[in-house]
Design a protein around this ligand. Structure first.
Ligand code: ATP
Ligand code: MG
Length: 354
């Protein structure tokens, strides 16, 4: 296991995932890549690491390198309608050129179009996706294009005209780029698995996409990491028990330990906070739903997961609410529900013991 420094912070492991992405990008684009996983598992961090350190590591890479990468994280954008989408995704060419010169990496994360073309698209006199296709056709002549869209669920509710849904149009465009024209890779990231399932069940995307799960670290990896950090076996056991493989939380626990604070006390406090969050959310449900949730919690605490094959529709909807609240994690491929991270399972354990 490697521990490097990335953006001034430790970057832990992920060799398998990095290799996966590099191999994927090396192949001819054939299918969409849908990256999913529990909240805060490290999806954004690993893909940004791959772009910065493996795809575009050279200086002046926009002139030399093999790849042309467009990356956008919609979470950092305020997108409420088609116009704001357009403006956060596409720069007018003059502004774009200026930013490339002053701030190379950042600016090539976006598309650029002539101001006039952009205005026509805005007025819906031109089709946005036709223009983008033209643009990518041009750029992919001597480089391999990669489009990465993080937090895609933010496009769910936006309509281009009154009936054309932006998300659907965008996904059709992505299928065309990959499966039909083989012009560009497209990677879509989200922790909203309810959303991922929705697009998976869309007949068109079933045949045209591949899933990649970015999960929390395994027990073996956590042990290896904590060994490197010089933590004792007893501390590893404690951290694994309360935090599982959640990288961000483990980093915090290591800090606590290194500052000489009481690790057990800290973790028990975190469990308490997870418990109160669960209890607080429970009050929003009626008695019947609370019973279902207690049953689910009991099963997760006992077996590590709750199977969702063949469960009634209403129960699934209920679990999805908890998943959207980021307390539970619903895996649409394995058809299992777990805590979104281990600390919530500890919170559930506390709930059941009271
Ligand atoms: N490999 C890693 N090494 C060190 N820290 C990491 C690693 N992966 C993630 N982190 C840290 O964990 C936290 C969550 O990571 P990140 O935001 O990438 O997760 P995510 O899966 O994209 O979350 P979300 O579901 O909210 O989109 C961040 O603070 C990040 O710095
Ligand atoms: Mg993310």
């Amino acid at each position: 296991m490697k521990i490097e420094t990335y953006r001034g912070a430790p970057f832990v492991d992920r060799e398998e995932e990095i290799e996966f992405f590099l191999e994927w990008f090396d192949d001819v684009p054939q299918r969409l890549l849908l990256v999913y996983g529990p909240k805060s598992s490290g999806k954004t961090t690993v893909i940004e690491y791959v772009i910065d350190n493996r795809l575009l590591p050279e200086k002046e890479w926009w002139l030399k390198g093999k790849y042309c990468v467009k990356y956008i994280n919609l979470r950092r954008k305020l997108i409420s309608n088609y116009a704001t989408f357009l403006h956060s995704f596409i720069f007018p060419e003059d502004v774009y050129k200026e930013t490339v010169e002053t701030d190379g990496k950042f600016s090539l994360k976006f598309f650029s179009l002539q101001r006039k073309v952009l205005q026509e698209i805005e007025k819906k006199e031109r089709d946005l996706f036709e223009e983008l296709m033209r643009k990518i056709e041009e750029e992919s002549k001597n480089k391999r294009c990669i489009l990465i869209i993080d937090e895609i669920q933010k496009l769910q509710e936006i309509y281009i005209n009154s009936n054309r849904e932006l998300l659907k149009e965008f996904l059709n465009f992505c299928v065309s780029l990959t499966k039909e024209k083989h012009l560009s890779h497209v990677v879509i990231l989200t922790s909203n698995t309810v959303f991922i399932e929705k697009i998976y069940n869309d007949a068109k995307l079933k045949e045209t996409s591949r899933f990649k799960k970015i999960d929390h670290l395994s027990k073996e990896k956590v042990q290896e990491w904590l060994d490197i950090e010089g933590l004792a076996k007893k501390e590893f056991k404690l951290i694994w028990e309360f935090y599982g493989g959640n990288i961000g939380r483990i980093l915090e626990a290591i800090k606590i330990k290194k500052k000489g604070k009481d690790l057990k006390e800290f973790l028990e406090r975190e469990r308490w906070l997870a418990y109160t969050e669960i209890v607080d959310y429970l009050t929003e449900f009626d008695k019947e739903d609370r019973e279902i949730l207690l049953r689910v919690a009991r099963k997760i605490v006992k077996d590590g997961y709750y199977p969702v094959e063949m469960i009634p529709k209403e129960e699934k909807k209920l679990l999805q609410k908890w998943a959207e609240k980021e307390i539970l994690f619903y895996d649409p491929l394995e058809l299992k529900v777990t805590g979104n991270s281990r600390i919530y399972e500890k919170g559930m354990e506390m709930l059941l013991s009271r």
